[in-house]
Write a protein that binds this ligand. Structure first.
Ligand code: MG
Length: 158
């Protein structure tokens, strides 16, 4: 077994659609970033790559590379999963904590789990998504952006 952790944060950018875990959340400000700004997909990608000691999302999909402008970050996660699979690993399970005052994660957690599970090629029972507010403290509490923590377990074998 191999364990990896991932973290990401993005500022809000109200001019963009809000995409988290591959799910577009209507009525919520979007997130800045070179790709679609999906901080959930990015944190999970870093956890997967970290578990395999394969660097991070910036190593494999450098910002500034035109191939990744506005990229669907779930597609990048799929590529990371293919990479670790080529190293002989499969995903065991993933646990994600999203820290923000808005949007409310609970109502979209199930859709996010489904989208992430598809990219990770696991069942929904192997993907957890939890939302936390920061009790209005600090930059997350002031709704300047979103922070995401992720942990991933990789197992050996197909
Ligand atoms: Mg990011």
């Amino acid at each position: 077994m191999r364990i990896g952790s991932g973290y990401d944060s993005h500022r809000f950018d109200p001019s963009r659609p809000c995409v988290l875990g591959g799910v577009t959340i209507p009525g919520s400000p979007g997130l800045s970033g070179f790709s679609d700004g999906d901080a959930v997909a990015h944190a999970v990608t870093d956890a997967i790559l970290g578990a395999a000691a394969e660097g991070d999302i910036g190593t494999h999909f450098p910002p500034g590379d035109e191939r990744w402008r506005g990229a669907d970050s779930i597609g990048l996660l799929r590529q990371a999963v293919a990479l670790v699979r080529a190293r002989g690993y499969r995903v065991g399970n993933v646990d994600v904590t999203v820290i923000c005052e808005t949007p409310k994660i609970g109502p979209v957690a199930s859709a996010m789990r489904e989208s992430l599970a598809s990219a990770l090629d696991v069942g929904m029972g192997s993907v957890s998504v939890k939302g936390k507010t920061n009790e209005r403290m600090g930059w997350e509490g002031r709704s300047e952006g979103i922070a995401v923590h992720a942990v991933a377990l990789l197992l050996e074998g197909p």
